[in-house]
Write a protein that binds this ligand. Structure first.
Ligand SMILES: CC(=O)SCCNC(=O)CCNC(=O)[C@H](O)C(C)(C)COP(=O)(O)OP(=O)(O)OC[C@H]1O[C@@H](n2cnc3c(N)ncnc32)[C@H](O)[C@@H]1OP(=O)(O)O
Length: 152
C-alpha cells in the first residue's frame, strides 16, 4: 500500500519526471521538455508516493489565464485517481492565483485525457488543425474558474 502526496516540484524529482514524460509522450527529448517548463517559470506539482514520484502537472500563468502545459501519470499507476488529484491541485492553485480561465490542448485521439478533463468541467472551445509535429490536431479545452466547483 502507498499514500499519495501532491506537493510542489523539487529538483530531486527531475529524473522521475523525465522518465514519466518519456513513457507518456512521443517526445524526442524529455530532459529538454522539463528544462523548457522550468525556463518558462512554470509551476510544477508532483504526486509523491514516498519511494518515487509517479505523476506531475505543469502550469503556466499568462495575465488572467493559466494553462496546463502537461499532465502525466506513470503507466502502472494510471486509473487510480492520481491524475484527478493532480488536476484538482492545478485547479485549486490557478484559482488561488486569481486566474479566470484554465486552458489546455489535447490530441484529438487522446480520449483518456479528454474524459478526465470533462469530469472536471472542461469543455472543447476550439480545434487547432495539425497542431502537433506529426500532423495530428488538438482540441483546445477551457474551464471557467469563476464557475468551477472545488471537486474536493
Ligand atoms: C495538457 C496535456 O498534457 S494533454 C496529455 C495528457 N497526458 C497524457 O496523455 C499522458 C498519458 N496519460 C496519462 O498519464 C493518464 O492517462 C492521465 C494523466 C491522462 C490520466 O491519469 P489517471 O491517473 O489515469 O487518471 P484518473 O485515474 O484520475 O482518472 C480519472 C478519470 O479520467 C478518465 N480516464 C482516465 N483514463 C482513462 C482511459 N484510459 N479511458 C477512458 N477514460 C479514462 C475516467 O473518466 C477516469 O475516471 P474513472 O477511473 O472513475 O472511470
Amino acid at each position: 500500500m502507498y499514500s499519495v502526496l501532491i506537493r510542489p516540484f523539487e529538483p530531486r524529482d527531475s529524473s522521475d519526471i523525465i522518465r514519466i514524460d518519456a513513457e507518456s509522450f512521443s517526445t524526442q527529448n524529455p530532459t529538454y521538455d522539463l528544462f523548457v517548463y522550468l525556463a518558462y517559470g512554470s509551476e510544477i506539482f508532483v504526486a509523491d508516493i514516498g519511494a518515487m514520484v509517479v505523476g506531475y502537472v505543469v502550469l503556466v500563468y499568462r495575465e488572467d489565464e493559466a494553462k496546463i502545459m502537461s499532465i502525466a501519470v506513470k503507466k502502472e499507476f494510471r486509473r487510480k485517481g492520481i491524475g484527478s488529484m493532480l488536476l484538482r491541485e492545478a485547479i485549486k492553485r490557478a484559482k488561488e492565483k486569481g486566474t479566470k480561465r484554465l486552458l489546455l490542448e489535447v490530441r484529438v485521439s487522446n480520449v483518456a485525457a479528454q474524459e478526465l478533463y470533462k469530469k472536471f468541467g472542461f469543455s472543447v472551445v476550439g480545434v487547432l488543425d495539425s497542431y502537433y509535429s506529426d500532423g495530428e490536431s488538438a482540441y483546445l479545452m477551457s474551464l471557467d474558474l469563476n464557475q468551477a466547483d472545488d471537486f474536493s
